[in-house]
Design a protein around this ligand. Structure first.
Ligand SMILES: [Zn+2]
Length: 267
């Protein structure tokens, strides 16, 4: 059960948008930047082998293409936890600013303040309550997911005035069930998190003791449990591992050099 996301291209930069999110947003790809070699070409991660100037030029290109100011935005250091930070205008910074705070989710009601989260197989979630003017960007790796980071994000959004029934959500390109092979620990954690709803997201693996897990479907189920209407949720069908020519994939390179892509949203 996936939705058609929309592909955009400007000056070589390719990005995707979700059909149900009105706020300006983007899921970046690895296409249209100036990085070379294994990081070719739109790498948004610092410390992965590119010079800082190269990465900053990639942010300039992405920002120009999408129409956001990536040098007056909010970033964080992701740690696969469940902390979600409320962002205000005081948090505006450039991409190479080293955020003192570690959190895997950002929410805000501030206008024109882009929120960035980064992935390379993990699930990026963008949230928007258009009725109350609140957005969120959440990095949903499996540990953050089963720790209920979406529950935390919706609590923080509610404190800013958002209502679950009015929230639109989009889960972007990420590792698909086709490629997310796990041991029993991940299905067990999904069952503890979602209850019986977990079963539809877990399939037997190709080898004994292995499982194939649909982490995007699991996160979509969680939003429904939290009161977001199913019709307000869009799920990309693109797998970052299968589509490694288009997206950065941590699993595909298996420890080799790779870049990082982003999901961004702004009011
Ligand atoms: Zn795949």
């Amino acid at each position: 059960m996936t939705d058609s996301f929309i592909s955009h291209e400007r000056d070589g930069v390719v990005w995707m948008t979700a059909p149900n999110i009105e706020a300006r947003h983007a899921f970046s790809t690895r296409l249209g930047g100036v990085s070379t070699g294994a990081l070719s070409s739109l790498n948004l991660g610092f410390g992965r082998g590119d010079s800082a100037e190269t990465v900053l030029e990639n942010y300039r290109r992405l920002g120009r293409a999408v129409g956001v100011d990536a040098f007056s935005a909010a970033f964080t250091q992701q740690v696969h936890g469940t902390d979600v930070r409320v962002i205000t205008d005081a948090d505006r910074c450039a991409p190479d600013f080293h955020a003192p705070c570690s959190s895997d989710g950002l929410v805000t009601a501030a206008e024109g303040l882009p929120l960035f989260c980064f992935t390379a197989d993990c699930v990026p979630a963008l949230l928007h309550d258009p009725a109350h003017g609140v957005i969120g960007a959440v990095h949903c790796g499996w540990r953050s997911s089963v720790g209920d980071i979406l529950g935390v994000a919706l609590e923080k959004m509610a404190a800013l005035g958002a209502v679950p029934g009015d929230i639109r959500a989009a889960f972007g390109p990420a590792i698909g069930q086709c490629c997310f092979e796990t041991d029993i620990d991940v299905p067990d954690a999904l069952r503890a998190w979602l209850g019986a709803d977990a079963e539809e997201c877990i399939s037997p693996g190709r080898a004994p003791g292995k499982f194939q897990v649909d982490l995007r479907a699991a996160n979509a189920r969680r939003l429904v449990q939290l009161g977001v209407p199913r019709g307000n949720i869009a799920v990309s069908g693109e797998c970052t591992v299968c589509s490694h020519d288009k997206y950065w994939s941590h699993r595909y390179v298996r420890g080799g050099a790779r870049g990082s892509q982003c999901a961004l949203i702004t009011l």
